[in-house]
Write a protein that binds this ligand. Structure first.
Ligand code: C5P
Length: 415
């Protein structure tokens, strides 16, 4: 299919440039010849030596090189090819292509070309979603520039979303389609299916984990919350496109990618972090906040002095859920709490819904027999103003996904 086809491959400066090395290998295996132009940015990610070794040709990178101009100038470089492939195509290079800038060898060859051009965009999700990039992509599409990807997934920058360069096989498939004459204007990147992101543009806040209330510099009051449920909810919100802040008490869990995480110890710190994060469209209070803290934290480690155990005076902690419910015009648009109960689960949760001014309460049975605390499964009853919805036993991940879908439906219904 690709034998004797001549590909001019332009490698721009993106972390995905490493995938381009594999693309060259696959193209050559299929009989294509590959000539590479490496931009200055591209050379930060792959070396001319790797490209030259894989392509079996020298690498072109200098617009004003006398020897290159003699051997093969930018006009010949683009004319000599059957197809120009830009991989990775960065936001910057796409902008230059859309504007018609020609300030280096890559952009000059692209402007001088009368051959089909296929781009494989690669950038951070926010750059991909930026109005400027959207406009550039539309301009290029209107001019017949073909595109493969990008796909959605975890990004090198730690965020999640669309912007990952298509995989080498996908780019190869798009190249073959060009030569078959049936390439669509955009070949979707199927590495991770383009996802429905109904919470795009929404802001979310999640509390998770236990709190630690200091008794003295070495001791504290805590509980058995693992943070698994709250962290899963934060991930699920971000997966559906919400800009998510996770306020987490001390847990053994890694920070989820693509989420802004604020680490706190005590209930007072958790409350302050939540208040700083307002306004939000939705808040989910999944933290197991300690109800009490010591009236006074001892400045030094408390000692056994033979006088018997010390009396610990406790005072009540602020109720974060209720405080958010009373935040006036900063009240989250949708406020959701949990009710961990060991008996009369729904009955107690209904009281909690009222008392805390929440919109929904997810009641779960945490009696020791259920293994919910620290475990991976949860049995939920969702209580709202209309009644009770009983969910089957499911994993905490599934609870998170179902809850977040329910949140998205709620916003659609209100829109
Ligand atoms: O009163 P109870 O602790 O059972 O309430 C549970 C709900 O209230 C959970 O959503 C929990 O995150 C929230 N909560 C809170 N601040 C507290 C106590 C509970 O946000 N101090």
């Amino acid at each position: 299919m690709l034998s004797n086809k001549r590909i001019l491959l332009i490698v721009a400066g993106g972390i995905a440039a490493y995938k381009t090395l594999e693309l060259i290998r696959r193209l050559r295996e299929r009989g294509a010849s590959v000539r590479c132009i490496l931009t200055r940015g591209g050379a930060q990610f792959v070396t001319p030596l790797s490209l030259a070794a894989l392509s079996g040709d020298r690498v072109y990178d200098d617009l004003f090189s006398l020897t290159d101009e003699a051997a093969m100038g930018h006009i010949e470089l683009s004319r000599d090819a059957d197809l120009l492939v830009v991989a990775p195509a960065t936001a910057d290079l796409l902008a230059k292509m859309a504007t018609g800038l020609a300030d280096d060898l890559a952009t000059t060859a692209l402007l001088a070309s009368d051959k089909p051009v296929l781009v494989a965009p690669s950038m951070n999700v926010r750059m991909w979603e930026h109005a400027a990039t959207r406009a550039n992509i539309e301009t290029l599409a209107a001019r017949g520039v073909l595109r493969v990807g990008p796909g959605a997934g975890d990004m090198a920058c730690g965020e999640f979303g669309e912007g990952r360069m298509a995989e080498p096989d996908e780019i190869l498939g798009a190249i073959e389609a060009v030569f078959r004459g049936d390439a669509p204007a955009v070949t979707p990147s199927g590495g991770a299916p383009a996802r429905n992101r109904p919470l795009e543009g929404r802001k979310a806040l999640v509390t998770s984990g236990p709190t630690h209330e200091a008794i003295d510099p070495v001791r504290y009051i805590a509980n058995r919350s693992s943070g698994k449920q709250g962290h899963a909810i934060a991930r699920a919100l971000a997966d559906l496109g919400a800009r998510t802040t996770l306020v987490s008490g001390p847990t053994a869990l890694a920070d989820p990618a693509g989420i802004s995480v604020i680490h706190v110890e005590s209930a007072a710190e958790m409350l302050a972090a939540c208040q700083q994060s307002l306004p939000v469209d939705v808040a989910v209070c999944a933290a197991a906040v300690s109800d009490w803290r010591t009236a006074e934290e001892a400045g030094q480690k408390m000692k056994k002095d033979g006088g018997g155990p010390p009396a610990l005076a406790l005072i009540e902690n602020p109720d974060i859920l209720r405080t958010l419910g009373e935040a006036g015009n900063l009240r989250p648009g949708l406020l959701i709490g949990f009710a961990a109960e060991t008996e009369k689960i729904v009955e107690h949760a209904k009281v909690k819904l009222e008392r805390k001014g929440a919109d929904w309460i997810l009641a779960n049975d945490v009696s020791p027999a259920t293994g919910t605390f620290g475990g991976d499964a949860n049995v939920i009853h969702l209580i709202d103003g209309d009644g009770v919805e009983d969910w089957p036993r499911m994993s905490k991940e599934e609870v998170a996904r179902r809850l977040v879908e329910r949140i998205a439906e709620n916003f659609v219904a209100k829109a």
